[in-house]
Design a binder for this molecule. Sequence first.
Ligand SMILES: [Zn+2]
Length: 251
Amino acid sequence: MSVRVTELAEVGVTVLSRWIFNCYLVHDGGDGRALIVDPGLPSTTAAAIAMIEAAGGPKPVVVATHGHVDHVGGLPDLHAFGAQVCLPRRIRDYLAGETPRGPGLPEIAKVRSILREQPWDFGSVFEIARTGRHTGVGGGTARFPNGADHWLAHGDEVPGAPAWQVIQVPGHTDDSLALWNPTTGVLLSGDAVLSRKGRAWFTPEVCDPESAALTEEQLRMLPVGHLLPGHGQPVVGNGLMDRALSPQQRP
Ligand SMILES: [Zn+2]
């Protein structure tokens, strides 16, 4: 099955997806360079690289919203391409010996309805299994052999993509970040907010419910017009955060 391409021309973003895995290509991060967010699969990453090369622009900036293997599988290819790679600063602590926390199986089971919303694609899962052996956070360890060019923290502007602000959104994991563009009202939420049946859904798949509740409170205050989630389809419309489901609700 090939990569699904969805253009959100009104905000200058292309969504590259396979099954439930989304990679976002922001054509101009605010400084003439493209920004790739969550290069989870080698195949969606290759599609993003091909679009950047076709446009003839400079090397892109890359951000992973967190270290889970299904968000970072394309990183080795992006390092090789000469992209500037930015990762959450907490991953540096993992590489220094901190044990990463993540949601357990009962939490993962709470989001299984998302899995049914888009057609199953065996190849995408195979890619994650293959790349996850050498790249990403999983099984209580972190593997990022090439490190990062920049480590991102709350309040940072993304280096090379100044239109985007970093928001710390712990709960799903401790390293989770979201990217917010206050000019266009676009929120790249990673796994902090998912979507289901056209509504935003604060994820019940968390390792820390208290910090997830604070994350929800913080994100609900943003005037989001486009929610681009880590899993599920984009949600568009003013007031979409007012209609967003809480983790306790089941879409
Ligand atoms: Zn995740």
